[in-house]
Design a protein around this ligand. Structure first.
Ligand code: NAD
Length: 361
């Protein structure tokens, strides 16, 4: 029986990396029935919205989806489609493994950790009040009457909600992930020394839940700025990191940089009723349509998707083929070459085809 999977190619470099991933997954001979839907820039052109309801409905129906990146206008325009999808489908756990892969241009070869980022709350909740809007004026007046600290009248405001419910479920997810994947330790990342109520709640919830796992999974807490320095100097000390939304986003890119760049960093957004796999990287508009960027992050996301649907041996075979191609360093994209101007670098599709050949051998 085949598994139906929603495929959202996205925009920018999205369609290229999505096609490369699809080629590789199909080459495993796994039975997947792809349901392709349009989101991002092509959907705006066709339907007048970057996130048509049909895309959300398809994921709700199939419960498994994989997507390429989607561009978000900076400081104006529509809200992030990526954030909307995570919130709409309540995909509360963002899982981003970062590990050294032989043959890559890693800054540090000792990285082998997984980031578990809370996906629905924090400053990404989308509760924002624009400069001089009636709502912002009203809110500032209320805050100034309630708080000893005064907010300037010429302020825009973003709210940082962190709930007991949201913290408990993501922290429990991190501990369960550690148990399932044979990991030893969960490090909770926060800034509770400054944000005593929001990050404090996250930290205290973690300390409470850690007691349920005592003797099975170790626990520690680390302040986010210190964590960034520790990750650069001693990444081997870390195993599973659990973070609120914003820190999780930033620390993911830091770890991607440590292991050789965004081109090789995969991810998953997991909820109770659906799972959406996607690379950590964005739509890299300057490379769009050039068949140039690295498809590894999206192929690795496809491998995570195969594991999720129970195709573990297929996932392992595809991973072996991909890692072999990267280790050989011949049919790889520019970012995997020692010299980024190396003219022997191949394109996105050619690298994917080399992985398909390796699978057949
Ligand atoms: P980006 O990740 O798109 O690109 C930053 C740089 O990383 C690129 O210029 C390139 O040098 C490198 N890079 C990215 N992907 C690569 C790949 N596959 N192979 C090789 N190198 C790669 O980040 P950005 O430029 O800050 O964001 C562009 C757009 O993407 C923005 O609109 C942003 O909002 C959006 N975005 C979307 C997602 C998502 O869809 N989940 C995630 C992050 C950013």
């Amino acid at each position: 029986m085949s598994t139906r999977v929603t495929l959202l190619a996205g925009d920018g470099i999205g369609p290229e990396v999505a096609l490369a991933m699809k080629k590789c997954v199909d080459a495993t001979k796994v039975k997947i029935d792809w349901e392709e839907l349009c989101v991002g820039a092509p959907a705006i052109a066709q339907f007048g919205t970057p996130l048509p309801q049909a895309a959300i409905d398809s994921i709700k129906k199939n419960k498994v989806a994989i997507k390429g990146p989607i561009e978000t206008p900076v400081g104006k325009g529509f809200r992030s489609v990526n954030v909307q999808l995570r919130q709409e489908l309540d995909l509360y756990a963002c899982v981003r493994p970062a590990r050294y892969i032989e043959g890559t241009r890693a800054v540090n070869t000792k990285v082998n950790l997984t980031i578990i980022r809370e996906n629905t709350e924090d400053l990404y909740a989308g509760v924002e009040f624009d400069l001089y809007s009636d709502a912002a004026k009203h809110l500032i007046k209320e805050i100034n009457s309630l708080s000893k600290k005064q907010v300037r009248e010429d302020s825009a405001i973003s709210i940082k909600p962190i709930s007991v419910f949201g913290s408990e479920r993501i922290i429990r997810y991190a501990f369960e992930y550690a148990l399932k994947s044979g990991r030893q330790k969960v490090s909770l990342v926060h800034k509770a020394n400054i944000m005593k109520f929001t990050d404090g709640l996250f930290l205290h919830t973690g300390q409470k839940i850690a007691q349920e796992y005592a003797g099975r999974v170790a626990f520690e807490d680390v302040i986010v700025d210190n964590m960034c320095m520790q990750l650069v100097q001693k990444p081997e000390l870390y195993d599973v990191l659990v973070l609120p939304n914003l820190y999780g986003d930033i620390v993911s890119d830091l770890c991607a940089g440590l292991v050789g760049g965004l081109g090789i960093a995969p991810g998953a957004n997991i909820g109770t009723n659906a799972a959406l796999f996607e690379p950590v990287h964005g739509s890299a508009p300057k490379y769009a349509g050039q068949n140039k960027v690295n498809p590894t992050a999206t192929i690795l996301s496809g491998i995570m998707m195969l594991e999720h649907i129970g195709e573990s041996s297929t996932a392992a075979a595809l991973e072996r083929a991909l890692l072999a191609v990267i280790k050989e360093g011949v049919d790889v994209t520019y970012d995997l070459k020692a010299d980024r101007n190396d003219t022997t670098a191949v394109g996105t599709q050619e690298m994917a085809e080399a992985v398909c050949r390796k699978l057949r051998n």
